[in-house]
Each structure stands twice: as structure tokens, then as C-alpha cells.
Design a binder for this molecule. Structure first.
Ligand code: ADP
Length: 222
């Protein structure tokens, strides 16, 4: 598949729906970077600084990091050379304020992919989730790395269970998803942005195929 102009994608979905995994697959397929707001914020939380400490508190509680920090990180990231042909936002925007930021900046959005999964299924998937510091996600059963405990090439970083995967933090993240992120779907639809609703229950590759099939049907190619 060839990319003819810039294509900017958003992926929404509740916790455990496989957003990050699908964003990485699409990124490889279409040659545009997947940009995870959560991974970028976790890198800041690891800094030994006042800012790092504050961000970490929000992450561990499962709350959105307030203010313009996330907006600024995402805005700066898409100015980098590898976003020339487009990008995939994973975990951004998550509320109306962030969506208005995107619209105000004049960042065009071509497509919204919404992964659909029940909270119950998501929570049970998260129990087996492992992530590297760059945010590449694995699952100990359904999507294990080639070498146990380590991210695949070229990353190779150790995998860990995230500190914010406690039952309470996940409950709060799901609440935010349903109350603040889901309503954005309708607003984006009203603005004429094409929305693909995808069942997130099948196997990873089946979901990826379904997304690509729908992109072909609606866009011809990306
Ligand atoms: P998940 O999608 O499973 O919640 P992420 O890695 O995308 O996992 O996000 C983890 C955490 O990072 C969130 O709970 C929140 O604290 C923070 N975060 C992620 N995206 C945003 C955002 N757009 N704005 C503010 N905080 C965010």
C-alpha cells in the first residue's frame, strides 16, 4: 500500500482493547509513527525532577495529567521529520480540551479507529500485559515477545508490569474513557471525520486485518 499524502489517524478504545498494539501494527504497515501519549508521559515520570514526580502521581492514580503538558508534547512530536507522511495518535485526545487543542492548531485528522471491548474483558487482559519503556505492548499469553522478559528487535528493552495497572487506577481510567473520551467520537463524526468501529475481541492479527480491510474499502488505500 502506498501513501500518497499526509494521513493522520486517531485510535480510541477502552483500557485493554489493544490500542497500542494495533497502533504499532498500523505504523509498520503504513510507515507512519505511532505516538503514545501514555508512553511519552511515562518517560517524563521517570525523570528525577519535580515535574517527573508530579506526572508520576497522576499516572499512578490513573488520572489524566492536567494542563497543557500533554498537548505540548504531542504538538512538538508531530513536527519531527518522521511525521512527514502522517502519524497515529494513541491515547490523544482524551477529553474535549485536548480535542479543541488539535482543532485549534489546525492539525487535520483523516480517520478515527474505535476499538470496542467490554470493561470486563479489558480488565482481564490487562492482568497479562507487559510493556517496555518505549511503550511497546505485549501479553504473556496472547502476544509474547520472542525472548521472555525483553522487547523484540530493535528495542530490546526489559519488559515490566506498569505501576498504574492497579485495580483502582484501571477503574479510574475506564471511567475517564467512558465519560470524557467516548463523547468525542460523536463530535468528530459530526465534523465529518470517518469513524471505523472495530470489534476488539478477535485475535490481534485478525483485528489488524479487519482495520486494513476497512481502510481499503473507505480510502482505497492509505
Ligand atoms: P491506557 O490507554 O491503558 O490508559 P496509556 O499508556 O495510554 O494507557 O495511558 C496511561 C496514563 O497516562 C493515563 O492513565 C494518564 O494518566 C496518562 N495519559 C495518557 N494519555 C493522556 C492524555 N492524553 N492526557 C493526559 N494524560 C494522559
Amino acid at each position: 500500500m502506498k501513501i500518497s499524502k499526509q494521513h493522520n489517524l486517531l485510535i480510541f478504545g477502552p483500557q485493554g482493547s489493544g490500542k497500542g498494539t494495533q497502533a504499532e501494527i498500523l505504523s509498520k504497515k503504513f510507515g507512519i509513527p505511532a505516538i503514545s501519549a501514555g508512553a511519552a508521559l511515562r518517560r517524563i515520570a521517570d525523570e528525577d525532577s519535580e515535574r517527573g514526580k508530579k506526572v508520576k502521581e497522576y499516572l499512578n492514580k490513573g488520572e489524566l495529567v492536567p494542563g497543557d503538558l500533554t498537548n505540548e508534547i504531542m504538538r512538538e512530536r508531530i513536527l519531527e521529520d518522521d511525521c512527514e507522511k502522517g502519524f497515529i495518535f494513541d491515547g490523544f485526545p482524551r477529553n474535549e480540551k485536548q480535542m479543541n487543542f488539535i482543532l485549534k492548531q489546525g492539525i487535520p485528522i483523516d480517520l478515527l479507529i474505535v476499538l470496542q471491548l467490554s470493561d470486563e474483558d479489558g480488565v482481564s487482559r490487562i492482568a497479562g500485559r507487559r510493556t517496555c519503556a518505549n511503550g511497546h505492548p505485549y501479553h504473556i499469553k496472547s502476544d509474547p515477545p520472542k525472548i521472555e522478559g525483553f522487547c523484540d528487535d530493535p528495542c530490546k528493552l526489559p519488559l515490566f508490569q506498569r505501576e498504574d495497572e492497579t485495580a483502582e487506577a484501571i477503574k479510574e481510567r475506564l471511567r475517564i474513557y467512558h465519560e470524557e473520551t467516548e463523547p468525542l467520537i460523536e463530535t468528530l463524526r459530526e465534523r465529518g471525520i470517518l469513524t471505523l468501529e472495530i470489534d476488539a475481541r478477535p485475535k490481534i492479527q485478525e483485528i489488524a486485518n479487519e482495520i486494513q480491510k476497512k481502510i481499503l474499502e473507505t480510502h482505497g488505500s492509505l
